[in-house]
Design a protein around this ligand. Structure first.
Ligand SMILES: [Zn+2]
Length: 115
């Protein structure tokens, strides 16, 4: 985790993350173990202090941004998207959307405007 956060801080001037409600997510039993194992809170904490030391900008995007559900290509929003659904097909522009890559693009787009 230290190596990954150091690399991210070294290679980027601005880092955008989603401010996930970790405490709330941990109450979701099926997700709790995966979230605890991943150490998301600690990852963001390390990004935060390392970014500050290096004079980088860490932007936390609202947890309410539906980053997974909005097509990055055309901004069409799906109303429902089960967590198990890792890819979806945009009914508006026809793209096949990878959930995580799409969310990352939406967070990057939203990020700099938040600060
Ligand atoms: Zn689309």
């Amino acid at each position: 985790m230290h190596k990954a956060t150091r690399t991210l801080v070294n290679e980027n001037q601005v880092l955008c993350v989603e401010s996930l409600n970790i405490t709330g997510l941990l109450k979701n039993r099926p997700l709790a173990k995966a979230i605890s194992d991943a150490g998301w809170g600690e990852f963001v904490r390390q990004l935060g202090y390392k970014a500050e030391w290096a004079g980088r900008q860490l932007v936390k995007v609202s947890r309410w941004l539906p980053s997974s559900k909005i097509c990055h290509g055309c901004e069409h929003k799906v109303e429902r998207l089960a967590l198990s659904q890792r890819c979806w097909h945009c009914a508006s522009c026809g793209q096949v959307i990878d959930r995580d890559i799409n969310a990352a693009r939406n967070i990057r787009t939203a990020g700099p405007g938040v600060a």
